[in-house]
Design a protein around this ligand. Structure first.
Ligand SMILES: *Cc1c(COP(=O)(O)O)cnc(C)c1O
Length: 355
């Protein structure tokens, strides 16, 4: 018997979510954002699920882009942070990989690069995230230099909103479109939150990420199934021990949870070394044999405790940490984070099965 923890990846759900995203962005093409090993779900596994329908893939590293090219994916691939050095640029040029261009240093690298063919360039503007991008006022000058360089096969303009999931995009969008719209170039601005909340900014390319994995991009919406998205990852394990506590006894490290009455405690083979968030305190939802209950006390490295009071389950009972039947966003909220982080944090020691 192996340790019972398992991450199941539902490729059909990924495909469903991709098609739904593109439907919602009617008319726009959709980059499937598969950075960070497809948000922890497996790059090739997810890409394969949309091989015949994906308009393109967006990710960070040239090595990931090359994995897709080597696996026979002919779609456009976009490097969201652009190239980091000349050899990235040469590789991108040789394999028809598109690139964001976000700073003066990249522009200079491109101007001086010895490349075999021009690239598709997405000029990235900073509209308030203040992470990457040229100031909108610089766009005209950047476009002039790009055109003069002869190194850009096609040029689009992109930005990434800081507050698409919250306060909104009005000011950022106004700043972007004041300079981008008059160029007549293709535009790409919408991540999952903007795609769902702001249909007027679908433009030419949308960039859904979290929604492809069935996570919610909107803080108020903890169950993405309500908008038709299906969970792609289900993290499951089993009960490996049961303890009967009498009133006053405690559970786990530092005895943070004390039994008020008789308490039947199940020990689950899943801890923070598997990627379960240690900040998920007592009361985080968890399913045992399909029934919803709560975690108890501190999460430890390899195990966590849950309340089996009133649940017909003993050693060997099936546990769902998140996924089918329990939105990852609910668990994330209990741990003060977002489903993105839970998915990306699933540890290499957790076996993965795809179906
Ligand atoms: C990660 C990323 C996305 C996808 O964001 P989601 O919130 O996961 O939809 C889109 N655009 C850029 C530039 C990104 O880095």
């Amino acid at each position: 018997m192996t340790r019972p923890i398992l991450a199941r990846i539902d490729a059909a759900a990924f495909r469903h979510n991709y098609l739904l995203s593109r439907d919602r962005a009617a008319g726009a093409r959709a980059w499937a954002v598969v950075k960070a090993n497809a948000y922890g779900h497996g790059l090739l596994r997810c890409a394969e699920a949309v091989r015949d329908v994906a308009d393109g893939f967006a990710l960070l590293e040239i090595s990931e882009a090359m994995q897709l090219r080597h696996a026979g994916f002919a779609q456009p691939i976009l490097l969201l942070e652009g190239f980091f050095a000349e050899d990235d640029l040469q590789m991108a040029s040789a394999h028809g990989i598109s690139s964001a261009l976000h700073c003066e240093e990249q522009l200079r690298l491109l101007e001086l690069a010895d490349i075999s063919a021009p690239l598709e360039i997405f000029v990235k503007l900073n509209t308030g995230m203040n992470r990457l991008g040229f100031r909108p006022a610089e766009l005209t000058r950047v476009l002039e230099r790009l055109r003069a360089s002869g190194k850009a096969a096609g040029i689009s303009v992109m930005t990434h909103f800081a507050c698409a999931d919250g306060a909104g995009i009005d000011a950022a969008l106004a700043g972007f479109d004041a300079v981008a719209a008059p160029t007549g170039l293709a535009r790409s601005v919408a991540n999952s939150a903007a795609l769902l909340r702001f249909p007027h900014v679908h433009y030419d390319w949308v960039r859904p990420g979290i929604m492809l994995y069935g996570g919610s991009p909107i803080p108020d919406l903890q169950d993405a199934a309500q908008i038709g998205l299906c969970p792609v990852m289900t993290l499951s394990s089993r009960i490996i021990g049961v303890q009967m506590l009498t009133p006053g006894e405690a559970v786990g490290y530092s005895a943070t949870l004390r039994a008020e009455g008789a308490l039947r405690v199940g020990t689950v083979a899943c801890g923070y070394a598997d990627g379960y968030p240690r900040h998920a305190g007592t009361g985080t939802p968890i399913l045992v044999n399909g029934q919803r209950t709560r975690t108890l006390g501190r999460v430890s490295m390899d195990m966590l405790a849950c309340d089996l009071t009133g649940i017909d389950a003993g050693v060997g009972a099936e546990v769902t940490l998140w996924g089918e039947g329990l939105p990852a966003d609910e668990v994330a909220a209990a741990a003060g984070t977002v489903s993105y982080e839970l998915f990306c944090a699933v540890a290499p020691r957790v076996p993965v099965v795809a179906f």
